[in-house]
Design a protein around this ligand. Structure first.
Ligand SMILES: NC(=O)c1ccc[n+]([C@@H]2O[C@H](COP(=O)([O-])OP(=O)(O)OC[C@H]3O[C@@H](n4cnc5c(N)ncnc54)[C@H](OP(=O)(O)O)[C@@H]3O)[C@@H](O)[C@H]2O)c1
Length: 314
């Protein structure tokens, strides 16, 4: 593994974070129906009290409401909180100047002067990784972000972002990617290995496969709405995975299915950022960190999930 730079070292020390997509999102997550602002506040407080200090939001979550809520909470807590947010590459955002302008909007909603990590949410066919990173350089130079990350970047785009930043003496801090026991694409296509080689922190999103890795959903009782119809094929295949997660949990003082699933990601040297809708979920998820599966347990989980999907090369 290459040397991790001093300015990005803090990210490598974080074991688990909290995702904030659920904060204000009605379409996918049913905000207003399954959870309210009060639940979100309790989720945030419980996470903080259990040592979770890294929150991942984005300008598009709840059309800015997620950032606004986080900003409100930040004013009312004493503990330090590490804030990560994201730039969305809308097709009309053509030049590098859009990056600092969007960050300024995020900082206003968050009510803070700088974030700890500013990420590009997705690669874009319109704005090149070079242009995006030139915009990011401006954000760093203005002191508006401590570090720079990308998200959903395959290896080619990631390397272009890495090289552009390197020309300015800035390290690419992270790549936030979909990674869970039920989606190991980034492991199979070499993205994770390349990140390790370059000292880039892998942040694992949808670490519970949007709730499927909790054991509470089945083919007969899927999640509601779009999430349900998208998960039927996976739900048919996961009973052996859930059974093994349950068995392994018992070896570790009754850890839950979701806690074992999160710990597997920590054992893979990645930073999971589970989303939570209430205090109970937040408390359970925090308990996914602070302990370790054995190598043998990790290998068994690898084996049982190996053929859940077909994986292609990047
Ligand atoms: N960069 C990107 O493109 C991208 C994409 C997706 C997500 N993300 C980030 O990653 C974060 C996490 O991913 P995600 O929200 O998609 O999915 P996730 O963390 O895999 O799943 C979260 C959902 O699972 C259920 N859940 C969570 N903990 C639980 C527990 N302990 N027991 C029972 N149910 C539990 C809750 O939904 P129900 O109660 O409704 O089941 C919760 O909303 C997001 O919040 C966001 O910050 C980033």
């Amino acid at each position: 593994m290459s040397e991790v730079s001093n300015e990005t070292r803090f990210l490598h020390a974080i074991e688990i974070g909290l995702g904030a997509w659920q904060w204000g999102d009605r379409v996918t997550w049913g905000y207003g129906q399954t959870h309210t602002d009060k639940d979100i506040r309790e989720t945030f407080d419980a996470s903080l009290n259990l040592g979770v200090r890294f929150v991942d939001t984005a300008e598009i979550y709840g059309s800015g409401y997620s950032e606004r809520l986080l900003g409100q909470f930040l004013k009312e807590v004493d503990q330090p909180v590490l804030v990560a947010t994201k730039f969305f590459p809308w097709p009309w955002r053509l030049t590098k100047g859009f990056v600092p302008r969007a960050l300024k909007g995020s900082l206003e909603r968050l009510g803070i002067e700088s974030v700890d990590l500013y990420q590009i949410h997705w690669a874009s066919p319109i704005m090149s990784p070079e242009t995006m990173m030139e915009g990011m350089v401006e954000c760093v130079e203005r002191g508006w972000t401590r570090t720079v990350g990308v998200s959903n970047f395959g290896q080619k785009h990631m390397l272009r972002a890495y090289s552009t930043l390197a020309q300015h003496g800035i390290s690419l801090a992270s790549n936030q990617v979909h990674y869970s026991l039920l989606n190991r694409e980034v492991e199979k296509n070499g993205t994770i290995a390349r990140c390790k080689e370059l000292g880039i922190r892998v942040i694992a999103y949808s670490p519970l496969e949007m709730g499927l890795l909790t054991g509470k959903y089945t083919v007969d009782s899927p999640p509601s709405g779009l999430r349900g119809s998208q998960s039927i094929e996976l739900l048919k295949k996961i009973p052996p995975v859930i059974k093994l997660l349950q068995e392994i949990g018992l070896n570790h003082g009754d850890k839950t299915i979701s806690q074992v699933a999160l710990n597997w990601l920590i054992c893979k040297d990645t930073l999971p950022i589970p989303g939570a809708k209430n205090i109970k979920q937040a408390e359970l998820n925090a308990g996914g960190a602070g302990w370790k599966l054995t190598e043998d347990e990790v290998a068994k989980l690898d084996e049982v999930t190996d053929s859940i999907r077909e994986y292609k090369k990047d």
